[in-house]
Design a protein around this ligand. Structure first.
Ligand code: NAD
Length: 472
């Protein structure tokens, strides 16, 4: 296992070096950007039944050029230091790409959450948080965790409560973690954010006629076929939103227990309910069982969405990938060696450090909400509504014509928090892609989106360092 995870960090490093060669930045500055600034490795005991479990856990802060640092917490048996370092590094580049003013960080707890009860998971989460507090590795201005693989809003609420119990009186305490439940200082739209961001990005990317023509595709989302690996938070929302708002047809899905296929398309909402009721996706009506769960990666489709874990597409299966576009919803699903093979095949790879940045973007909105102590839209919603109503009334008076109440309601609606969050996310994904595509067009020697995204990130991070005066 460790060699695989070692290669994840190595892949990130190779991708970094490939992009660095396209910049004129000084070597030392590049080395500083690349290095993980702080690595906190911990072991702590938790009582599970009658036994004491010694938990191995990490928090890595990759870059402090912007504060606080930010990144999710992963619960997985496969967690190790190199993996957390790789993920923390990607967070720095990701934040830079989508103009979220944080440094990158990541946490990892080496446990398989399935093996523990809710109470035991709570004990582990609280103890992990206490360790972070003790070493000053968490706080609204220091380091702000969020959900990742194996964690969700429930764990974030426990983290907040532990922080509050030890840091009572910190008025901004709610900003110490994001991805919290909405009724616990969270924000509307955070749970779906990464998947929704993948959708907004894809919709933008496939709208360029010339780019699609190179792949032999028509522009637009409608009717495109999609295969999804991993139906967790990111995979399920990507599927649900792409189908509902983009008219995409999901023809294959893989989960832990196996993979299914249907030429006619799979209804993700019904599949999620089926899995909840039956504990598996296998046997979902209207679908065929595939030989292995890995087969989803080799399905002939327009868009492949790996949304499980890193190192899924490697040299062994890369030649068999038949998708035209790969949207890296997961972090690091393609190894550096596999990427070379895929690019030679003419496959468009949309790097995770851009396409899965919706989560951190909305986490940023949540953090801003926590610091402002007010939900978005509270001040202006009614004011805007009244202004639009007055406008419509004036137009009606001047023209002598009236519109229906239904039309009036649509035109005069003031924005709620969810509308503003989605609008901010949409704006972020579209603007960032414009920046990446611009690098790709401008730098003739760059011919892949990952390198272009990296160059965009390196330019932004280096300008921060230079402005800080660290490299006079
Ligand atoms: P999750 O735990 O909610 O879901 C992951 C799913 O993948 C699980 O249901 C799991 O059973 C399944 N899975 C694991 N191995 C698999 C395999 N080999 N084949 C098929 N299915 C498999 O996790 P998530 O939050 O959706 O994260 C998924 C990926 O997206 C991770 O790489 C994570 O780092 C990345 N990511 C998550 C977020 C976020 O906001 N949650 C943001 C950015 C990136």
């Amino acid at each position: 296992m460790s060699s695989n995870h070692g290669s994840f960090l190595e892949s990130v490093s190779r991708n970094f070096d490939k992009a660095a060669a396209h910049t004129n930045l000084p070597k030392g500055l590049l080395a500083q950007i690349k290095a993980c600034n702080s690595v906190y490795q911990m072991r702590f005991p938790v009582k599970i039944g009658k036994e004491y479990l010694v938990v191995e856990a990490y928090r890595v802060q990759h870059s402090h050029h912007r504060m606080p640092t930010k990144g999710g917490i992963r619960y997985s048996q496969k967690v190790n230091q190199e993996e957390v370092m790789a993920l923390a590094s990607l967070m720095t580049y990701k934040c830079a790409i989508v103009d979220v003013p944080f440094g990158g960080a990541k946490g990892g707890v080496k446990i398989s959450p399935r093996e523990y009860t809710e109470g035991q998971l709570q004990a582990i989460t609280r103890r992990y948080t206490a360790e972070l507090i003790r070493k000053n590795f968490i706080g609204p201005g220091i380091d702000v965790p969020a959900p990742d693989y194996g964690t969700g809003s429930r764990e974030m609420a426990w983290i907040l409560d532990t922080y509050l119990s030890m840091k009572g009186g910190d008025i901004d305490a709610a900003g110490c973690v994001t991805g919290k439940p909405v009724n616990q200082n969270g924000i509307q739209g955070r749970t779906e954010a990464t998947g929704r961001g993948v959708f907004y990005a894809l919709r933008e990317i496939v709208s360029y006629k010339d780019d699609m023509a190179k792949l032999g595709l028509e522009p637009g989302m409608e009717g495109k076929t999609m295969a999804i690996q991993g139906l967790g938070n990111v995979g399920s929302h990507t599927g649900l939103i792409s189908a509902a708002e983009g008219g995409v047809k999901i023809i294959s899905v893989a989960e832990y227990e196996g993979a299914i296929y249907s030429e006619k398309g799979i209804d993700i909402k019904k599949l999620l309910k089926y899995r909840k009721d039956n504990g598996t996706i296998m046997g979902f009506p209207g679908t065929k069982k595939m030989k292995s769960r890995k087969d989803v990666l080799e399905v002939e489709c327009d868009i492949l969405v790996p949304a499980a874990l890193e190192n899924q597409i490697r040299v062994d299966n890369a030649p068999k990938v038949k998708a035209k576009i790969i949207a890296e919803a997961a972090n690091g699903p393609i190894t550096a060696d596999a990427e070379e093979i895929l690019l030679k095949k003419g496959i468009m790879i949309i790097p995770g450090m851009y396409i899965n940045a919706g989560g951190v973007t909305v986490s940023y909105f949540e953090w801003l909400k926590n610091l402002s102590h007010m939900r978005f839209g509270r001040m202006e919603k009614r004011f805007n509504q009244n202004t639009y109503n007055n406008l419509v009334s004036v137009v009606e008076k001047l023209t002598g014509k009236t519109i229906s109440q239904k039309e009036r309601n649509i035109i005069t609606r003031g924005a709620d928090e969810i509308d503003l969050v989605r609008s901010g996310l949409e704006e972020t994904m579209i603007t960032s892609y414009g920046q990446i595509r611009e690098v790709l067009k401008r730098k003739k020697k760059i011919n892949d989106l990952r390198t272009a995204a990296f160059v965009s990130a390196l330019n932004k991070i280096s300008s921060d360092y230079l402005a800080l005066g660290i490299f006079p």
